[in-house]
Write a protein that binds this ligand. Structure first.
Ligand code: GTP
Ligand code: MG
Length: 395
């Protein structure tokens, strides 16, 4: 029989229903109350459970405060909320996992709205602070009106799902969902990464309004630094969407423009003006190659830095039996030779004072071939450099 003070434990180290995990860095003034509230909620609920505080190398009395409020305290010396939370999950036993902050901004005395939807088959539940009751000054205007809606809109667009508060630190998920997502973020990119992965894995996500209060201690959050870290993470995670696909599309459109320009040397009539598409081609093809190269490098770096998991592009680069760099080098050299050859031919015709007819179109093609060839050779060298240092730790 459990008491109000003691949440039910199924057995000494057997599985539990709920693990409330609170990563903390210097939260001695608020963590005790958070733990007490979560434990009281657990005691009054039908769930068996535990409250875990992950002490992220605090220099104050966070660990003692958490322990004396009844939490199991785990130490994680590598700083960063992502590192701390992952360690917490590894040590936890619940089939449902609740993530919360230890700064007293979330109300842990009633976690029903955040946990119950998991019983109805949802994979994740996000506490939406922008839809709930927010205390005045709980969130700076810039974060509330600009930063948070912007990141939520961006991640919604990338995942083609609708997220209202991607940065919320109060959420729950099933252990199975966590393992499927297996986020790698070290710091505050964790919340965004979880949303990205949930969206990409087509998980069932519920959002419930939650109240949000004022922090006790002054905020450690530096808006611009953390905002940029999250933005950088989203870029790293979305290299396909931001660089690779636009690059490939630009290359195809560029080749079509060049072909059109060569065939219709007088230009194409668009309304009352005549448009010569070779110039667009000369921009689109080398620009597309540069974007493609940037996309490949970004994907590789994201994987190397353990920000993202390996995908098709990274796997291809990791596979030494596929000579990706050689393909780029071959394409680059062929393109360069063809461009220089074509230019030399045009020059010879010009010097010989021979009629060169489609010179404008072919001149643009030659220039595109030369610039793209050089870009492809640069890409080949870059791929070689990237491949030289394979990541030591497997993902
Ligand atoms: N700042 C920071 N917080 C950490 C770290 N590791 C764990 N945390 C905890 O992560 C939780 C969220 O951090 P907060 O600083 O409250 O971040 P926030 O809620 O986005 O920002 P605030 O508006 O300042 O509350 C808190 O419980 C922190 O104690 C870390 O390395 N840095
Ligand atoms: Mg906070």
């Amino acid at each position: 029989m459990k008491t109000a003070e003691e949440p039910a434990q199924a057995s000494a180290d057997g599985p539990l229903d709920v693990s409330v995990i609170i990563p903390c860095l210097n939260e001695e003034t608020s963590v005790g109350e958070c733990v007490t509230k979560a434990r009281t909620w657990l005691s009054g609920s039908s769930f068996t459970g535990e409250v875990l505080v992950v002490d992220n190398a605090s220099t104050d009395g966070t660990a003692e405060a958490a322990r004396s409020a009844g939490a199991r305290v785990i130490a994680e010396l590598r700083r960063g909320k992502g590192n701390a939370f992952r360690t917490g999950v590894r040590e936890s036993r619940g089939r449902f996992i609740v993530m919360s902050d230890g700064d007293g901004t979330y109300d842990l005395s009633d976690l029903d709205p955040v946990v119950r939807p998991l019983e109805d088959g949802y994979d994740m539940v996000i506490g939406n602070r922008l839809e709930g009751e927010m205390e005045r000054q709980a969130m700076p205007w810039l974060h509330r009106r600009i930063g948070n809606p912007l990141f939520s809109a961006l991640i919604s667009m990338i995942t083609r799902r609708s997220f209202g508060d991607v940065l919320s630190g109060l959420r729950s998920f099933t252990r199975e969902a966590w393992e499927t997502m297996s986020p790698a973020a070290a710091g505050f990119e964790l919340e965004s990464e979880i949303c990205l992965r949930a969206g990409r894995n087509r998980m069932r996500v519920a959002e419930v309004p939650v109240p949000y209060g004022v922090r006790r201690e002054p905020s450690k959050l530096r808006g611009l630094t953390h905002g940029w870290a999250i933005a950088r993470f989203i870029i790293l995670e979305s290299a396909d969407l931001i660089f690779i696909y636009p690059g490939l599309i630009a290359i195809v459109l560029g080749i079509l423009s060049l072909a059109t320009g060569v065939v219709f040397s007088e230009g194409v009539d668009v309304g009352s003006v005549s448009w010569q598409p070779v110039f667009a081609g000369g921009i689109l093809v080398p620009g597309g190659v540069a974007f493609l190269t940037l996309g490949i490098a970004t994907k590789w770096l994201a994987w190397r830095r353990a920000v993202a998991h390996s995908g098709r592009v990274v796997n291809m680069l990791r596979d030494e039996s596929i000579p990706v760099g050689d393909y780029f080098l071959l394409a680059g050299v062929v393109s360069l030779i063809a461009g220089v050859g074509l230019d030399a031919y045009l020059l010879w015709r010009w010097v010989a004072d021979a009629p060169i007819g489609l010179a404008l179109g072919w001149g643009a093609v030659a220039q595109t071939l030369v610039v793209s060839g050089l870009n492809l050779i640069v890409a080949a060298v870059l791929i070689g450099v990237l491949r030289a240092g394979q990541r030591s730790k497997e993902d």
